[in-house]
Design a protein around this ligand. Structure first.
Ligand SMILES: Cc1ncc(COP(=O)(O)O)c(C=O)c1O
Length: 377
């Protein structure tokens, strides 16, 4: 049997101590035992989200939580600003349109982060904008955005800041309350080291006011129902009990290591990854590289999708190609959740092998040396 190295920007590797927690005998959710777990998990999530606000858990992938982030805070024809720098900015735009909102789109050049001055100019011009929908790490281009800067310009406006931190949470620094983020959306399968299946959403006091006035339809994703239940450490519907038990363990491990330490570690891992790639003569795609994932431009004679296919087929290494029109142009290496320096050294070793097989020349072992110099040096 082939080894599996899961170094994609989600789902990310699930460590054995979490798999163990996931396989515990199932308990019923309307019990004191489960309520206690849910209570602790909700407190732990607040620490990871860097917020004092409630964090709600949905049995859905991250997109469900994104949909909840739109459906709960606005009314038909409300105007929102969507920062669209790739696949997941597009997702905000598409969800907002489905819910009949007026979308103003700030379309970014691929691999670029928004300029705060540009965001401010739009907000100054379009005074009736009710919300800004943006992303912490735009996974499709491996680009981190200046959320703190956006928080500052929205602070005194009658508009809420909604951030998709599905891939960024845990690696890219996010101080939700301090930066004035009203709603943070995330998911289980990346920085939190779990399988896919949980979506999360935090709600500020300002966002609660928007929730009161919102007239968009929703049922399963209704935050009024969820908040009411969570006050009693309960959930409105059957929760994903096993995943929440696994989450309790993940939170403990993250807490033991410390969130700040993890931010530093992933910043270093991402820097070592970029430097190792550059040593091979490869270009980094993003102008504002994230600590969660690195996008590397494939050599001109090698299609990224073929490189990725070969790595998976020959050696069981999963990294990701680009999405849509970037499919053959870039490949993406994740450094999130459980991924560490050893995994990335294996990744570069196999990447070197594949690049050589596909006819690309460079000094063998150079990326491994560079990675270690930067990470350990
Ligand atoms: C930034 C970002 N937003 C949204 C999503 C979609 O999340 P999901 O696939 O969990 O629905 C992803 C997943 O890759 C993501 O990275």
């Amino acid at each position: 049997m082939k080894r599996i190295y899961l170094i994609t920007p989600g789902p990310s590797a699930v460590p054995s101590f979490i798999r163990e927690a996931l396989s515990k005998e199932l308990i019923h959710h309307r019990t004191e035992e489960f309520r206690q777990i849910l209570k602790e998990v909700c407190v732990g999530l607040k620490d990871i989200f860097c917020t004092k606000n409630p964090v709600v858990i949905f049995s859905s992938s991250g997109t469900g939580a994104m949909e909840a982030g739109v459906a709960n805070f606005f009314s038909p024809q409300d105007k929102v600003l969507v920062i669209n720098g790739g696949k997941f900015g597009e997702r905000w735009r598409d969800i907002a349109k489905i819910y009949n909102l007026q979308v103003i789109e700030l379309k970014l050049e691929e691999g670029c982060a928004p300029l705060i001055s540009e965001v401010k100019a739009i907000l100054d011009k379009e005074k009736d904008i009710k919300g800004v929908l943006t992303t912490l790490c735009e996974t499709s281009t491996a680009t981190v955005y200046d959320i703190e800067g956006m928080g500052k310009i929205l602070k005194d406006k009658n508009a809420i800041l909604i951030v998709d931190a599905i891939s960024g949470l845990g690696q890219d620094k996010l101080l939700s309350d301090e930066w004035g983020v009203d709603v943070v959306v995330s998911a289980s399968q990346k920085g939190l080291m779990l399988p896919p299946g949980l979506g999360f959403l935090s709600i500020s006091e300002k966002a609660k006011d928007f929730l009161k006035n919102s007239k968009l339809p929703r049922y399963y994703f209704d935050l009024n129902k969820a908040l009411k239940s969570y006050e009693k450490d309960d959930t409105p519907f059957t929760p994903s009990v096993s995943l929440i038990v696994g989450l309790e363990k993940a939170i403990k491990v993250i807490k033991e290591e410390g969130l700040e330490k993890r931010w530093e570690k992933f910043a270093k891992l991402s820097m070592a990854t970029r430097e190792a790639a550059k040593t091979l003569g490869l270009e980094i795609f993003s102008k504002s590289p994230s600590s969660s994932v690195t996008a590397i431009v494939s050599p001109s004679n090698i299609k990224a999708s073929e490189l990725v296919k070969k790595l998976r087929k020959d050696w069981g290494l999963s990294i990701a190609a680009g999405q849509d029109e970037l499919k053959d142009k870039i490949f993406r290496i994740a450094h999130m959740g459980w991924v560490n320096q050893d995994d990335l050294i294996v990744c570069f070793s196999l990447l070197e092998k594949a690049l050589r097989d596909l006819g690309y020349s460079f000094k063998l072992g150079s990326s491994l040396q560079r990675f270690q110099e930067v990470f350990y040096g």
